[in-house]
Design a binder for this molecule. Sequence first.
Ligand code: NAD
Length: 363
Amino acid sequence: MKVGIPREVKNHEYRVAITPAGVNEFTRHGHEVFVESGAGVGSSISDDEFAAAGAKILGGADEVWDAAELVLKVKEPVAEEYHRMREGQVLFTYLHLAASKECTDALVDRKVTGIAYETVELPDRSLPLLAPMSEVAGRLAPQVGAFYMMRTGGGRGVLPGGVSGVYAAKTVVIGAGVSGMNAAAIALGLQSEVLLLDKNVARLRQADAIYRGHLQTVASNAYEIERAVLDADLVIGAVLVPGAKAPKLISNELVSRMKPGSVLVDIAIDQGGCFEDSRPTTHADPVYKVHESIFYCVANMPGAVPNTSTHALTNVTLPYALELANHGWREALRRDPALALGLNTHAGQVVYGPVAEAHGMET
Ligand code: NAD
């Protein structure tokens, strides 16, 4: 099959949908891979590395879309890409169609077979193509927290781990899922004191089994959150209630009583945020003050580390993409019910229920 990888054109998107290892894998299976020149630059992967792995480098996006039967991307197509999509072409990428009627209409009008990373779902209801981005955001959170806790970052001027004879900073992680567990791991690595809260005690049990007393687990409720937050130097919000907006767990009033210079990182901002005062920020202007505390609410945290994020994402997308190329999309979806749930649009129809519902369309 002919597989195309255009350069991402969405604002501030530096990831790319394939690595040289992926190109190598496709070519070993007898497929042809067309990569747009410069597609990997944002992730520090050169055209030469792609070419050495077996890709054909093409000069422009038009040529890549023209050549490809299967297009691999990171983000949903933006307006300047719509005219390049054609009937019967298979597009495998993050689509988030419920959030964009315009993009949904474009895929329907162009009769594209759109398979969305974010709706591929395993039988245990986990989302394998979203998890690596939660890992990245979770691991990044204590790092950005550490930066803003410095005096030069506007914070209290504390080191996460303190030094000998000096208290370590107190990090509170709310949510012990994928991002929360990764946040806790790095916060511990920085030698801060870590308190991990979750409503689900089974999750806390897992954390206890791993860390054996190196962190404190606490059942999450309003009383315990208040106690933890008032004592915290850094709070990381990492909760998710599937299919719903994030619950507001820290009120404005509670922030007013926190230590001056404390830092709050809201990873859950893409679901509305789990602090009352959270509003989405960008890498260009990531923080703002609420009372005497610093809020960091960047909605695409993995964008700060595109090299790591590209490798993390393609590690999990590649096996599915290969199945699509090896067997054709129909057979690949028939063989794998998890991948089948990724199908969002086909032959001018929205075929994924929640997207159709969001736009009042028929499936
Ligand atoms: P997850 O499902 O793995 O974990 C969420 C955890 O929150 C679960 O363990 C759940 O029990 C817990 N929880 C729910 N309500 C709670 C409460 N009231 N108190 C304490 N814990 C509670 O989810 P995840 O993959 O870690 O994702 C977390 C959030 O981060 C999601 O909204 C996700 O979209 C977002 N995310 C953001 C970025 C970013 O760049 N900002 C990147 C990746 C993921």
